[in-house]
Design a protein around this ligand. Structure first.
Ligand code: UDP
Length: 308
């Protein structure tokens, strides 16, 4: 109770939900964000809470904070393909310099550090489903490499601090997540399809829509993040929903739930778009006693009203 937590990127989609959860659990939360891909609207309701502090800062610059700190949750990143394709250098900088500064802060304060990594470290996976022990299949110079490689570097740096400085670190590999609070223009598939369906615009399926993803509802993810934060696990842990859907199946489901008359149009498949993705969550199940509870249909029904 009363523990102090820093969340970098705390004004983003996942960050805001986690800030709220931590405040509800009695933590003092310091949120740092530069709003490159987040909106001030998300965290505005939290400003009323006396245990919430907001600092507008780019974490690629030195993070000066006084007082004790119990946790540094390093969530800052440009996580939507549209965002990181638009800001590739900032993406590389936040994954490298931003991670370095966040680790430095945790080390100075003797705080527990948690890196928010991604299923993108597996690239276009040749192993299915993806276990934490899989090393991945990443194009180091492709358009997605700014994200994939900076997160792989961030994991390497975190493990180096853990090994060399005995920093108490956690690494979470987050798979596709969705829910209320995502930006309408986020660019990812669920916000795009919901927006298009609600406006009777054609749903833009990239490629032939045979690629797969496994979508986790935000409340399920936040529960997993919270459990991992409190656990003693220093190695990467996958968090995501293992129910796998093709993008065409997702489009059909969103059309059905919204009752939209939108058509489907096929657009070219982005370069290096992973063909399949599904987490193996046996580690999280065993070590955290965690698994997602909310089905895709249920989660979409909770998400669509927010987009409306
Ligand atoms: N996608 C799509 N239409 C869209 C946006 C995305 O078909 O309007 C596809 C994209 O090519 C990918 C999948 O949906 O195969 C998930 O894309 P997203 O951008 O949500 O995240 P990713 O999992 O690729 O990081």
């Amino acid at each position: 109770m009363g523990k102090r937590v820093v969340i970098t990127g705390g004004a983003g989609f996942i960050g805001t939900h986690l800030c709220r959860r931590l405040l509800e659990s009695g933590y003092k939360v310091i949120c740092i964000d530069n709003f490159i891909s987040a909106s001030a609207v998300n965290s505005r309701p939290l400003n009323k809470d006396k245990n919430f502090t907001f600092i507008k800062q780019d974490i690629c610059k030195y993070i000066a904070l006084s007082g004790k700190l119990d946790y540094v949750l390093h969530c800052a990143s440009l996580a939507s393909p549209e965002d990181y394709l638009r800001f590739p250098i900032q993406t590389l900088k936040v994954g490298s310099l931003g991670t370095h500064n966040s680790l430095g802060l945790a080390k100075r304060k003797k705080a527990i550090f948690m890196l928010f990594s991604t299923s993108e470290v597996y690239g276009d996976p040749l192993v299915h489903p993806q276990k934490e022990s899989y090393w991945g299949n990443v194009n180091p110079i492709g358009v997605r490499s700014c994200y994939d490689e900076s997160k792989r570097f961030a994991e390497a740096l975190t493990m180096a601090y853990h090994r060399r400085h005995k920093l108490d670190a956690r690494i979470v590999r987050i798979f596709n997540t969705y829910g209320p609070g995502m930006r309408v223009n986020d660019g990812r598939v669920i916000p795009n399809f919901i927006y298009q369906a609600l406006h009777n615009k054609p749903l833009t399926v990239y490629g032939r829509g045979r690629q797969t993803r496994s979508f986790c509802y935000i409340e399920d993810l936040v529960e997993g993040l919270y459990r991992l934060m409190l656990s003693p696990i220093n190695e990467p842990v996958n968090l995501g929903n293992p129910n796998e859907f093709t993008i065409m199946q997702l489009a059909g489901l969103i059309l059905k739930i919204t009752g939209s008359k939108s058509k489907i149009v096929f657009k070219s498949l982005p370069q290096d778009d992973p063909r399949q993705r599904k987490p193996d969550i046996s580690k999280a199940k065993k070590a955290l006693k965690w698994e997602p509870r909310i089905s895709l249909t249920e989660g979409l029904k909770k998400t669509i009203p927010w987009f409306k």
